[in-house]
Write a protein that binds this ligand. Structure first.
Ligand SMILES: [Zn+2]
Length: 165
């Protein structure tokens, strides 16, 4: 984003076409940036919700939902299954989309969290993996403080949906 990919001039970050964007003053090319879609997983075992203790910054040491960024050449479902396996050693499938939530200005830029419930094949395989130091079940009514406001919002959407059904 620092230099124009078209003419190699240094980019500036200021208003152009109604929004603040990186763009080149010389050739007028706008260098668009987009939010990163993130698979954010709600894994329930009865009334117990699976959380991971974050091993890395941001919010290192805090409890959060399992999940991570989508990569190229994968669907959101594949991203969900991959992140589930990487972080918890569990195999599972997306069961239902719960809701979405935007998180702006994170250290990774803007993030679009896509919340979904997962169906787990075999809970006995559970083991903390990449990016989490610990995995643990918590009763949905007594969750610890969550790492991000966006995770709280998704959990609240999930709570409302399940209490209405
Ligand atoms: Zn340029």
């Amino acid at each position: 984003m620092e230099y124009c990919s078209k003419c190699a001039n240094k980019n500036i970050f200021s208003y152009i076409d109604g929004n603040k964007r990186f763009h080149c003053e010389k050739c007028k090319t706008i260098h668009y940036q987009n939010p990163k879609p993130t698979a954010t997983l709600i894994c329930m075992k009865g009334h117990q919700m699976l959380l991971g203790r974050r091993a890395l910054s941001p919010a290192k040491g805090k409890w959060g939902l399992i999940g991570g960024f989508m990569e190229l050449n994968e669907t959101i479902q594949q991203a969900a299954e991959r992140e589930l396996y990487e972080e918890t050693n569990l195999k599972g499938r997306v069961h239902e989309f719960v809701g979405i939530c935007s998180h702006f200005n994170t250290v990774f830029g803007d993030v679009l969290l896509i919340g979904m419930t997962m169906e787990i094949e075999d809970w006995s395989l559970l083991k903390a993996g990449d990016d989490v130091s610990e995995v643990q079940f918590f009763n949905i009514s007594t969750l610890p403080e969550l790492a991000f406001e966006s995770h709280k919002k998704l959990v609240n959407i999930f709570r409302q949906k399940t209490s209405n059904s």
